[in-house]
Design a binder for this molecule. Structure first.
Ligand code: NAD
Ligand code: LMR
Ligand code: MN
Length: 553
């Protein structure tokens, strides 16, 4: 635990204005006297519960989702304990407001709804003094989430507005994983933006410049990582919403030199593997018997395919046989070994043209999704394109002709980017579709049956990853840790007990689920030798100790 003694000495209005110390109307009479707060506060003394009820009333009268987001963000900046108490009391209602999907709109509108700063903005013109900037952070930090804002959900380049994402992700570290908010730091690397609308917007708060790329970009990232290692040597550094090429290069370069992971690649892979395993187990099948189409070959698509291949290999399949079960498509169609435009990351995922002999389509032209589904007769279709409607009616109906319980995962965020809606999927498959989405959707009633739609979002994984790493003192993040997370999530699937139930546990149980995953991951870190061994009881004790519940000290 960091030493927060110095911060605790704040008095008067400074104490009220510090969101980590503020109790507002819940300061007791004794505290008001001790800290010079008498007169600054109205005389009534509330409990935290009463404050949460008042805050909920105020939240409820806001008439747009963005207004609700602004309200909650403001509360977070005023009183973090109350913010998290309120969120925990209303997880299902409020998580979509502070996180996906509304956070997407908040990033797009960031410069217009901006109230006050949170976290650290590291802009390119300050590239020589990143150390000095981080040295000014008063607190010891255990978790950083960093973005350069270039691929914000499926909404593209949002420049400095991308800061909404690290803020939202870290809110979930505290809400779901129980990491104390004092220990978290959102970071925005401002290397410019190529979003014309932002550049032309007089209100834009970012560095008004086209994006820096190439060697200068890499040097900036290197200076950032060096500065982080110097100021916070043991920090967990999570990369989020970078363009795919940068995401992969950065992860490969730094994953063995500090405790770090990329959430879009690895967190997404773990949640999707866990959810697919649950879907298949619930239907009585085996992963290694599936034929899987991955629509989208970016960070998410490649990360998910890699982990599913690794899972099949763990289940006894040879690596080549496992790869042959996947059909991965990018914007130019199916990846196959006849294509000359594939890079190193994509080549292992290319189908062999030999395997496609006999396909009823022109193999010399780009092979689209409809061709793949007609010929390969897949049982699972995952969408990670950022393209709404990419699962067309034709494709979905074809899937339903070939599989009893076709599995559809339109995972793109936010809601407006989902490859298909659950309602369409159920209509087009006569209710046979097994569905999980990236953004939250309401349950759908079809044929008199209510289908609860699981939200297959990396939010089931990354907060637990943080808890596990802090509790175990892990020094690196291994692939096995993500495998353990996926399996631990699968084991919590309500569908394993009742095939008609949701594929994933309800968000109201997210703390319990995160704790379960965190324990599995922490144990794996020990088994992998990246954390020091302890007894199981000791590890459990540390996980529980790491998980803060929002209460006033
Ligand atoms: N549910 C989750 O937890 C989760 C996690 C990560 C990403 N995502 C979502 O997945 C989407 C993609 O994320 P990413 O990081 O992989 O992005 P990315 O930009 O790295 O990759 C997008 C990929 O989709 C391909 N593509 C685009 N249009 C296509 C089309 N019409 N047909 C076929 N392929 C097409 C591109 O060629 C590219 O390979 C985003 O919308 C993001 O919000 C969801
Ligand atoms: O942010 C999310 O909701 C999930 C994921 O990290 C994404 O980029 O879409
Ligand atoms: Mn992301």
């Amino acid at each position: 635990m960091p030493d927060r003694t110095a911060l605790h000495e704040k008095r008067g209005i400074d104490r009220i204005e510090d969101p980590l110390l503020n109790k507002d109307t819940a300061f007791t009479e004794a505290e008001r006297r001790k800290w010079g707060l008498l007169g600054l506060l109205p005389p009534h003394i509330d409990t935290l519960e009463e404050q949460a009820e008042r805050a909920y009333d105020a939240f409820s009268v806001k008439d747009s989702l963005l207004e609700k987001h602004i309200f909650l963000r403001q509360l977070q900046d005023e009183n973090e304990t109350l913010f998290y108490r309120l969120l925990l009391d209303h997880v299902e209602e409020m998580m979509p407001i502070v996180y996906t999907p509304v956070v997407g709109q908040a990033c797009q509108e960031f410069s217009h709804i901006y109230r006050r700063p949170r976290g650290i903005f590291l802009a390119y013109p300050h590239r020589d003094i990143l150390d000095d900037i981080l040295a000014e952070v008063e607190r010891d930090i255990d978790v950083i989430v960093v973005t350069d804002g270039e691929r914000i959900l499926g909404l593209g380049d949002q420049g400095a507005g991308g800061m909404g994402i690290p803020i939202g992700k870290l809110s979930l570290y505290s809400l779901c994983g129980g990491i104390h908010p004092t220990q978290t730091l959102p970071v925005l690397l401002d290397l410019g933006t190529n979003n014309k609308e932002r550049l032309e917007d007089p209100r834009y708060i970012g560095w008004r410049h086209e994006r820096i790329k190439g060697e200068e970009y890499d040097a900036f990232i290197d200076a950032f990582v060096t500065a982080v290692k110097k100021r916070f040597p043991d920090v967990l550094l999570q990369w989020e919403d970078f363009a795919s090429v940068d995401a992969e290069r950065i992860l490969a370069k730094y994953r063995n030199s500090l405790c770090t992971f990329n959430d879009d690649i690895q967190g997404t892979a773990a949640v999707t593997t866990g959810t697919i395993l649950a879907a298949i187990a619930a239907a009585g099948g085996k992963l290694e018997d599936q034929r899987i189409v991955m629509l989208g070959a970016g960070s998410a698509g490649i990360g998910i395919t890699d982990q599913l291949v690794a899972t099949m290999v763990r289940h006894g399949l040879g690596e080549a046989d496992a790869h042959a079960r996947f059909y991965v498509l990018d914007i130019d169609g199916l990846l196959h070994d006849g294509r000359t435009d594939l890079d190193e990351v994509h080549r292992p995922h290319a189908q062999s043209l030999k395997n496609l002999a006999g396909w009823d389509c022109d193999l010399t032209k780009p092979i689209g999704l409809a061709d793949v589904v007609r010929n390969a007769r897949p049982t699972v279709l995952v969408g990670v394109t950022g393209q709404a409607g990419a699962f067309t009616e034709e494709v979905v109906r074809e899937m339903a002709r070939n599989a009893d319980r076709p599995i559809f995962f339109p995972l793109s965020n936010p809601t407006s980017r989902a490859e298909a809606t659950p309602t369409d999927l159920l209509n087009w498959t006569d209710g046979k579709a097994v569905i999980a989405t990236g953004s939250p959707f309401d349950p759908v009633v079809f044929g008199g049956k209510t289908h609860v739609i699981a939200q297959c979002n990396n939010s089931y994984i990354f907060p637990a990853m943080g808890t596990a790493i802090l509790a175990s003192g892990a020094r690196r993040v291994t692939d096995n840790m993500f495998m353990s997370a996926a399996e631990a999530l699968r084991d919590k699937s309500p569908a394993l007990k009742d095939v008609n139930d949701s594929l994933l546990p309800a968000l109201k149980d997210i703390r319990e689920v995160s704790r379960h995953i965190a324990l599995a991951v922490a144990r794996q870190a020990q088994d992998d030798g990246v954390a020091d061994p302890t007894t199981r009881e000791e590890l459990e004790r540390r996980v529980d100790e790491t998980m803060w519940t929002p209460e006033y000290d």
